[in-house]
Design a binder for this molecule. Structure first.
Ligand code: FES
Length: 120
């Protein structure tokens, strides 16, 4: 069973390997975009840099490798950030949506997540 754990929302969402992370977030009606992305985004073609997520757990192969688009768009961003629209799910992972505006209790949310086993 593949699970994406969304630590901001406190949700474990079951998905299929190969699913696109942006499409999963939208399907589950979670908020992917900050204000800039809400006002306008590229609908997942890797051009707007508004679908940031950070990878907070899982193994290093949980998600597809960084694409050339992400290498360009994430140049000055933390190493664990991805563009959700460019990311395919391979196995269970822990994700923070909108890492550009992290919740004030992020450390607490991470600890809660770490205490729950993540299926592979
Ligand atoms: S939705 Fe525009 S870069 Fe991902």
């Amino acid at each position: 069973m593949t699970i994406i754990r969304f630590i901001r929302e406190g949700l474990d969402i079951q998905c299929k390997p190969g699913e696109n992370l942006r499409e999963l977030v939208i399907r589950e009606k979670l908020q992917l975009y900050g204000l800039k992305g809400i006002l306008g985004n590229c609908s997942g073609v890797g051009q707007c840099s508004t679908c940031f997520v950070s990878v907070e757990g899982g193994n290093k192969n949980s998600l597809s490798p960084i694409t050339s688009v992400e290498e360009e768009k994430l140049k000055n961003r933390p190493e664990n950030w991805r563009l959700a629209c460019q990311t395919l799910i391979k196995s269970s992972a822990v994700i923070l949506t909108k890492p550009q505006s992290p919740p004030s209790n992020l450390d607490e949310l991470k600890k809660i997540s770490e205490n729950k086993k993540l299926p592979r």
